[in-house]
Design a protein around this ligand. Structure first.
Ligand SMILES: *Cc1c(COP(=O)(O)O)cnc(C)c1O
Length: 231
């Protein structure tokens, strides 16, 4: 199992490097978040030994178990799932990043609950870039106002934008959505916000996301194998 994990991990790194070459971007411009949801802590431990320190988790309860089990390791934890009010304390205390911020109430709670001994919590605003009714995230036109408010919160550090594009194989549709994210980030920069992160690209669409400026890609199944639950 460890052998297969390492083979998949190395293949993903190779794919990333090829996508970067094609896009004429440098290696250090894109960072990999290994999305370990539903997979056991020992797989994370194996990847840490390979130099992978950034991991993404969706379900707070499951993630907290891993935080405890792996507390001897210098892992950077990215929470990438939707957050309810009753989980903000856990995120404020244990996460380094939250990628799915889309409600002021959640931002305010995180800002209040972030322990003063820790650096500000890095946050990305989730954008509903496909406009699907069932998707979380702010519609693009609501992002600037929200970003300006989050930017005022001393214990949060606004880093950029995150999206889950439409679940489609249509390259034109996906490209359009990634380009929109790029434009939206640029418009925030033009408003004076110090943001430079685009968190986009998963196992199926990472090459395209890299082409359109992703700086964090979130890869789960291509590294850890298929999940039993489909999420
Ligand atoms: C599960 C998940 C991923 C990883 O998806 P894969 O298709 O397994 O690579 C990335 N981002 C978010 C927000 C997720 O929930």
């Amino acid at each position: 199992m460890s052998f297969e994990l390492l083979a998949r991990f190395n293949a993903v790194k190779k794919d990333i490097s090829n996508a970067l070459d094609l896009a004429q971007r440098k290696n250090e411009e894109v960072k990999l978040i290994a999305v370990s949801k539903t997979h056991p802590a020992n797989m994370i431990r194996t990847l840490v030994q390979e130099g992978q320190y950034e991991f993404g988790e969706n379900y707070v309860q499951e993630w907290l178990g891993k935080v405890e089990e792996l507390k001897d390791l210098p892992i950077i934890w990215h929470v990438i799932g939707p957050i309810q009010s009753n989980k903000t304390q856990d995120v404020a205390e244990h996460a380094h990043w939250l990628h799915t911020l889309d409600r002021l109430k959640i931002a305010q709670r995180l800002n209040e609950q972030r322990p003063p001994v820790l650096p500000p919590l890095n946050v990305c605003i989730q954008v509903n870039v496909s406009g699907e009714a069932t998707k979380s995230g702010l519609l693009p036109e609501a992002v600037l106002d929200f970003a300006l408010k989050v930017n005022q919160m001393p214990n949060l550090c606004l880093r950029g934008l995150m999206c889950l594009p439409e679940n489609t194989d249509n390259v034109d549709d996906l490209s359009h959505q990634f380009i929109l994210m790029q434009q939206l980030l640029r418009s925030l920069q033009q408003q004076g916000l110090n943001v430079d992160v685009l968190s986009m690209g998963m196992s199926a669409d990472m090459a395209l996301a890299i082409k359109y400026g992703a700086t964090y890609i979130r890869i789960g199944s291509a590294i850890f194998g298929e999940r039993k639950k489909s999420v």
